[in-house]
Design a protein around this ligand. Structure first.
Ligand SMILES: Nc1nc2c(c(=O)[nH]1)N[C@H]1C(S)=C(S)[C@@H](COP(=O)(O)OP(=O)(O)OC[C@H]3O[C@@H](n4cnc5c(=O)[nH]c(N)nc54)[C@H](O)[C@@H]3O)O[C@H]1N2
Ligand SMILES: Nc1nc2c(c(=O)[nH]1)N[C@H]1C(S)=C(S)[C@@H](COP(=O)(O)OP(=O)(O)OC[C@H]3O[C@@H](n4cnc5c(=O)[nH]c(N)nc54)[C@H](O)[C@@H]3O)O[C@H]1N2
Ligand code: SF4
Ligand SMILES: [Mo]
Length: 693
């Protein structure tokens, strides 16, 4: 028996925790958290072995033979698959122009190599998934600070009051973050939770506000009102670093706690008391700006108020608050060499209109807004989109109403899915390029920015079990076929050497733990000139870019639509046991949680004759599904809540198929409802019916 330990990076979700994999006779037997996590891991991370040792995943490259989505495939070799894709890309670019190739991914730190490929072939249309996730937060950060959401980190360990509004730290997991939050609570930090239901953090909270869905913006405006009117804000910080304070003060004058109480269903005195508690803990306060905020028409403005509240409390840049993020250069280290720099930035205009179309100039152009690129694919404006590569992205589950999204792709002539598990998108693609699961693949080295920036290496723990390839191998193969010799690599060591060139770090340095830390102590950068990237160099309330696009910086509150008689607003979120839609078929996680449930308020359930564990019917606009009820006082009566990612239909997923309901199918034409301020889809602006099944 041979036993070895491989230090690598988890790939069960987008957090990418360091892991230690026990490999016995070439088989991955056990996974635990890497050195910085002292062994701890979340359940999904621990279930990574079941992803590899599962036959129900794409095992070899496939080309469609039947109609899209019919499930008829021809097995092909990698040479055939890559030849086919490269030839099609060339044909399409020659016929329709370079920008007719659209690409979307899941974002993250492993993109440099394939983004270089995209630059190399000259398309301007790199996108990520984020208009279904955190785009509102990103654009809110840009509009307030001039830098993106990752320009600050969260110093939970030293925090004295944590506010989780629409943010479920304990179930929407980042392992080191959960540990830090628990550590802070042990040390006496206060926790306040603003949520439409009692999630796990709510059970540990000092203040729990069960808010009426869609009224968070009202709550936050009232908090600003109190902080300013009771002079609870950090006067020095505000004087030095917050522009347009008086404009903000005037704007919130009307938004009293009594007014907010009407809107939110919460108690005005409780809001006041909460504000005083915040001021006591300031500046060591973290009011988390949220993560999955693709929910409402005003989520962007809501998130802006969160950043402004943190600023009023002096928490931006503060220890125990939201310190500035450090990159390698901040701690005197040299960062990785980038493949993207091998090619110039493509000159074409983006198909989604970001950066040049009226109303879309204020958005972060980096990863675009892919749902708007789909619109271009439909009407060929500003130009045709004829090829689409979905790399580690399942838009048919990630965006509302799969039939609607699918139809938007009808004019696309080449649809490629690169994925490690089956997904609706892969099932509907023309070509499936199977990625080796993370235990079976090496990856380009990643940079982890933070208080102590580090470099991290994902290393193959076991050989590929099937005819699958690493991400870099796929794009190196395409690059070679498309004449991009600079990216024609045939082994990962050469890629790593290129990345590490000039950093003083060597491949061997990763052997011990998989991580090379670039600083010995966390660095807290003081707030200083240049900290904020706005025109004034200060945190801004008024954003000229936003206003240039015809949008107000301070949007007057609009009360949300109430559910029509007998209906419920749909709300959703995460659970600790699954990642989005792609782990339901994982045998270990499926065993723990085979289906989702519908949280429904007791009073309303009683009226409908529904009890816990009854199967109920949820429906909207023709989609209907059965789901088990969970009847509780701890969800707001205007909404129902379910975990996203269930309700699979693919025949190739024998476990997940037919289990639970798909929240995304209950949002008809939902991809067309999006927040003009932040760009994200407004997924909770839908009302559904619930009845006894
Ligand atoms: N209705 C509704 N819609 C939602 C959400 C919701 O709560 N409700 N959540 C939204 C959010 S926050 C997000 S981020 C998106 C997520 O949805 P997507 O952006 O589509 O991302 P994932 O489902 O994480 O991954 C997509 C595919 O990548 C494949 N994959 C390939 N390689 C890897 C790898 O190394 N690691 C992992 N983890 N996967 C890999 C997986 O098999 C999976 O099929 O969905 C959004 N859409
Ligand atoms: N275990 C696990 N962890 C994950 C993921 C996963 O799939 N599984 N996905 C990762 C990804 S991609 C993301 S984006 C993050 C998401 O991280 P979060 O955004 O923190 O997670 P969610 O559970 O989607 O939503 C957080 C909370 O918002 C509440 N909520 C819903 N509507 C409203 C509302 O109108 N107002 C208020 N105040 N609260 C509301 C929900 O009840 C939930 O408790 O998690 C990441 N971590
Ligand atoms: S949070 Fe869990 S699933 Fe995500 S990377 Fe960490 S261990 Fe893996
Ligand atoms: Mo997300």
């Amino acid at each position: 028996m041979t036993k070895e330990y491989v230090y690598s990076i988890c790939g069960m979700c987008s957090v990418r925790c360091p892991i230690k994999v026990e490999v016995v006779d070439g088989k991955a037997e056990y996974i635990e958290g890497g050195v910085p996590l002292k062994g701890s891991l979340c359940p999904r991370g621990a279930a990574g072995t079941a992803l590899s040792y599962d036959e129900e995943r794409p095992q070899y490259p496939m080309v469609r033979t039947g109609k899209r989505g019919e499930g008829k495939w021809k097995q092909v070799s990698w040479d055939e698959a890559l030849d086919y894709v490269a030839d099609e890309l060339k044909r399409i670019q020659d016929t329709y122009g370079k920008d007719s190739v659209l690409f979307s991914d899941r974002g993250g730190p492993f993109r440099d190599f394939y983004r270089a490929f995209l630059r190399g072939i000259g398309t301007a249309n790199y996108n990520n998934h984020d208009s279904a996730c955190a785009r509102n937060v990103q654009n809110a950060a840009l509009s307030v600070f001039g830098f993106g959401r990752k320009g600050v980190s969260y110093d939970f360990n030293n925090c004295k009051h944590i506010v989780l509004q629409q943010r479920n730290v304990m179930e929407a997991i980042n392992v080191s973050e959960v540990n830090a939050v628990l550590n802070a609570l042990d040390k006496g930090a206060k926790l306040s939770v603003v949520d439409i239901r009692a999630n796990v953090p709510a059970t540990k909270a000092d203040n729990f506000f069960m808010i009426r869905p869609g009224t968070d913006y009202a709550f936050n405006l009232a908090v600003i009102h109190v902080l300013i009117n009771e002079e609870l804000y950090d006067k020095e910080f505000v004087a030095d670093w917050l522009e347009d304070f008086d404009t903000l003060k005037d704007f919130v004058r009307q938004y009293t706690p009594e007014w907010a109480a009407e809107e939110t269903g919460l108690d005005a005195d409780a809001i006041r008391d909460f504000c005083r508690q915040l001021a006591e803990a300031a500046p060591s306060v973290i009011w988390h700006p949220g993560w999955m905020t693709a929910r409402y028409n005003d989520s962007f403005y809501m998130t802006r108020t969160i950043y402004l509240i943190n600023a009023l409390l002096g928490a931006i840049g503060a220890k125990g608050g939201l310190p500035f993020m450090n990159k390698p250069g901040d701690v005197g280290a040299k960062g990785l060499q980038s493949f993207m720099n091998l090619y110039p930035k493509p000159e074409g205009k983006r198909a989604d209109g970001i950066g040049w179309m009226d109303g879309r100039k204020h958005f972060d152009a980096g990863p675009g807004l892919v749902h708007l690129a789909y619109e271009a694919a439909v009407d060929e404006k500003p130009y045709p989109i004829k090829a689409y590569i979905a790399q580690r992205h399942d838009p048919l589950m990630a965006f509302p109403d799969s039939a609607d999204v699918k139809a938007m792709w009808d004019n696309i002539e080449l649809l490629v899915a690169a994925t490690f598990s089956w997904s609706d998108t892969a099932w509907n693609a023309d070509v499936v390029l199977p990625i080796s699961p993370y235990l079976e693949r090496d990856e380009i080295i990643m940079t982890k920015n933070g208080p102590k920036p580090a470099l991290q290496m994902r290393k193959r723990a076991v050989q590929p079990l099937y005819d699958t390839k690493a991400v870099w191998e796929i794009y190196a193969g395409l690059a070679k076929r498309m004449g991009l010799d600079e990216l024609d690599y045939d082994n990962i060591e050469d890629i790593w050497k290129f990345q590490l060139d000039g950093t003083g770090v060597s491949i061997e340095d990763f052997a011990k733990t998989g991580i090379v830390s670039l600083a010995s102590e966390p660095l807290y950068k003081p707030v200083k000139e240049g900290s904020f990237k706005t025109p004034s160099g200060k945190i801004q309330v008024i954003d000229a870019k936003l206003e240039g696009d015809g949008l107000p910086s301070l949007k007057p509150y609009v009360s949300p639509e109430r559910p029509p008689e007998g209906k419920f607003r749909i709300t959703f979120g995460r659970c600790a046991l699954h990642t989005q839609g792609h782990t339901v078929n994982n045998s270990l996680l499926f065993e723990r949680m085979p289906e989702n449930t519908l949280w429904i308020n007791t009073a309303r359930a009683d009226k409908l004759g529904i009890a816990t564990d009854d199967y109920v019917k949820v429906s909207n606009n023709g989609y209907e599904a059965k789901i088990k009820a969970f009847v509780t006082d701890f969800v707001h009566p205007e909404c129902v809540f379910m975990i996203h990612g269930f309700g699979h239909t693919l025949p190739c997923e024998s476990r997940a198929r037919g289990k639970g309901a798909a929240d995304n199918e209950l949002m008809p034409k939902g991809i067309r409802k999006w927040d003009r301020g932040g760009g994200a889809i407004a997924m909770q602006e839908h009302f559904i019916e619930v009845s006894k099944a």
